[in-house]
Ligand binder design. Structure first.
Ligand code: GAL
Length: 684
């Protein structure tokens, strides 16, 4: 039976009739003649979807309870007349000046008591009842006004929640935090237990004594810090659901989304996903970073995992450079196309940009636009228009899914807890550790899902825990069952160390996974910054692998067999550095350091071999990515050349070249540098 959320998402798909293409449209920054040109150009470029009115609160509600929709009525009418769907914003992303003057208590407060002023954007305390009330009133007015407008196809709630202000430490937030804690723990004794408050005389006798983790003389209680991050994500989610509930009541058939930012730490996407009809991601890979496509791939697999495998929307990317890094590299010819197709290859049903027309003024005037300052006779606009033409050639991609056999475990509470202070090494960073595992899997050419530890693991053959520090006893038990049932596990150091309250699973690390891994770790010995960690193979005559880095520890074998050992001069007593263990019908590997990438690749390959997992398309050269999106009776193979060389790819069977209007059958494809091939199964 279809859920209403799925029905609403389908309504958007049906309306678009294929993939979405467009960007943030900010017509309020332009005069009438430019707006008329915009519509003509959008049609020319194949734009069918725009994110509209995201920062329009000050214009639409110029003073309290006075709404002026005149400007956007014209824009919405024009969009409808040009066949373009509006992803209409609820306009609550940036409160107008008058609201902060009338109610300065909506302004966010930092951990050390500073007040964040208006003048930028997102200057609201997520727990502020005044802010929430004004936002809900605005949404009520916007939704009522546009409920039957033919351009309306999707609601865009706020914008990138928490990217500037993820946590507020004001008294209102403190009171909200206490209520959240009371609901979570029931009584203060349970909170004392969870937070280990007998340490440093922090024992509470009432919830009223509890504060947010404001700037303190030394490390604030880590469990308190962790819960405050959970609370802060939930407070923002409440802002979202309050608006969403208004929209659902007034426009029950229109899907609702909000856009997440790739790599953003503050918002726990997993806990928001079920509240949304369709998930949306903004992605800004850094063109200066040689592995940017792998970082982007990770964020797409993560978002798709959070969406339960359903298609998602790429709501923003840069046509070329952004404005907000220290040095803002542009995208070389073909790279924007390649990275756009990459998002589609990994499950996106829309490709959108920030923004349609590059602004003349404001903080983002040097951020690229689909229509640059230099106008339409430009490389960027030509590439945008060409991509719009191409995406329209493959409507059958919309709604298709991806099936993978490898899962990397990721969740936000672990990210938060792993990076708290007073740990063995500040060098252990969550995204770095995940990439250390994800990159060799990506390079091995296998399809990857990135999943929450509570996901259904039975569909996977290989499970990867990259220094997954926080794991509940229940999750450890499920992971153990996955291995016992025949799965292949690869876990790295500092995995399964603490429970959901950041309390250590005692009995030798990682106690709750010790039986599965066949090891017991007594002590951590992190490396100094830049220190090489020498390794050797157990066989005396085998060549030594390149040095590892970051971590070593005292591993005792309780059933596992070593595959690598730490080597001298001070660590020459055969302590294991990588192990393998048979547990039930499965295999569990443990890595007690950060191996050189080549060594890590060899370890990953062994875990894949154990489970019999093959690449999506065998025999591809490094740097060529392959994914398959599957429909009910067709599939589409997408090949992406992330290298600067030309590659020939031989296909196992004939496929249709969907980017050639005639859809010829092909058996070989030539991928130019940064090239793309989109190949349908014979029936397409
Ligand atoms: C996003 C944001 C947009 C714009 C863009 C610039 O984070 O949602 O409004 O600021 O960045 O890259």
């Amino acid at each position: 039976m279809n859920s209403p959320a799925r029905d609403r998402a389908r309504n958007l798909g049906t309306r678009l009739g294929g993939l979405g293409f467009g960007g943030d449209y900010n017509p309020e920054q332009w005069d009438e003649a430019t707006r008329a040109e915009d519509l003509r150009l959008m049609n020319e470029a194949g734009v069918n979807l725009v994110n509209l009115a995201i920062f329009a609160w000050a214009r639409v509600e110029p003073s309290r309870d006075t709404y002026d929709f005149g400007f956007f009525d014209t824009v919405m009418d024009d969009l409808a007349a040009h066949g373009i769907t509006a992803d209409l914003a609820t306009m609550t992303a940036s409160p107008p000046p008058w609201l902060a003057v009338e109610h300065p208590e909506i302004l966010p407060v930092t951990a050390s008591g500073g007040i964040l002023s208006p003048g930028g954007r997102q200057h609201f305390c997520p727990s502020s009842p005044v802010f929430r009330d004004r936002a809900v009133r605005l949404v009520e007015a916007v939704a009522t006004h546009y409920r039957d407008h033919p351009a309306l196809g999707l609601w865009h709630v706020s914008n990138e929640y928490g990217i500037h202000v993820a946590e507020c430490f004001c008294d209102t937030s403190a009171a909200d935090f206490r209520q959240w804690l009371a609901a979570r723990y029931g009584d203060v004794a349970a909170l004392n237990d969870a937070w280990s408050t007998d340490f440093w005389s922090q024992r509470y006798t009432s919830f009223d004594q509890v504060l947010p983790p404001r700037t303190a003389p030394t490390y604030p209680n880590p469990s308190q810090q962790l819960d405050f991050k959970r609370f802060s994500s939930d407070a923002l989610r409440t802002c979202f659901t309050l608006e969403r509930d208004v929209l659902r009541r007034i426009t029950p058939d229109t899907p609702v989304t909000t856009n997440f930012l790739a790599g953003h730490k503050a918002v726990d996407v997993h806990s928001w996903a079920s509240e949304m009809d369709v998930l949306a991601l903004d992605s800004y890979p850094d063109p200066h970073w040689g592995s940017a496509h792998i970082g982007a791939a990770l964020s797409y697999d993560l978002l798709r995992g959070a969406a339960g495998g359903k298609p998602w929307l790429l709501t923003e990317q840069a046509p070329s450079a952004v404005n907000w890094r220290g040095r803002n590299g542009g995208k070389r010819p073909g790279r924007m196309r390649l990275w756009s197709w990459q998002a589609v290859a990994q499950g996106a049903d829309a490709v959108m940009y920030f923004q349609w027309r590059q602004s003349r003024g404001g903080a983002e005037k040097f951020h690229s636009g689909m229509v640059p300052h230099a106008g339409v006779a430009t490389r960027v606009y030509a590439e945008v228009r060409e991509l719009g033409r191409e995406l329209a050639l493959v409507p059958e991609l919309a709604g298709t899914r991806i099936r993978n056999e490898v899962a990397v475990v990721f969740d936000w509470p672990n990210w938060w807890a792993l990076e708290l202070d007073s740990h063995p090494s500040e060098g252990v960073r969550c995204l770095d550790r995940v990439l250390d595992h994800y990159a060799p899997l990506f390079e091995a050419g296998v399809g990857i899902d990135v999943v929450h530890p509570s996901a259904d693991l039975s569909r996977y053959k290989v499970l990867v825990l990259p220094s997954h520090y926080l794991l509940s006893a229940e999750d450890c038990a499920r992971i153990g069952a996955f291995v016992a049932d025949g799965g292949s596990l690869l876990a790295s150091f500092f995995t399964g160390i603490v429970d959901e309250h950041d309390r250590v699973h005692t009995g030798g690390y990682p106690a709750a996974l010790g039986d599965v891994l066949g090891v017991r770790v007594e002590e951590f010995w992190p490396a100094a910054e830049g220190e090489a960690v020498a390794l050797r193979a157990p066989e005396a005559d085998a060549p030594a692998p390149a040095p590892a880095s970051l971590w070593r520890e005292d591993v005792k074998l309780t059933g596992a067999r070593p595959e690598l050992l730490f080597a001298g001069p001070d660590w020459d007593d055969d302590r294991p550095a990588a192990t393998v263990h048979t547990h039930g019908r499965g295999t569990a590997r443990y890595v007690a350091t950060r191996p050189h990438p080549a060594t890590m690749r060899a370890i990953v390959d062994r875990a894949l071999d154990d489970a019999g997992v093959a690449p999506v398309l065998p025999g591809l050269r490094p740097g060529i990515q392959a994914t398959i999106r599957r429909g009910a009776d067709h599939d589409v193979l997408i090949l992406l050349n992330h290298t600067e060389d030309t590659h020939e790819v031989a296909l196992p069977a004939d496929r249709r070249d969907l980017l050639d209007g005639k859809r010829p059958l092909v058996r070989r494809v030539t991928l130019d540098p940064r090239g793309v091939a989109v190949l349908g199964s014979d029936g397409n």
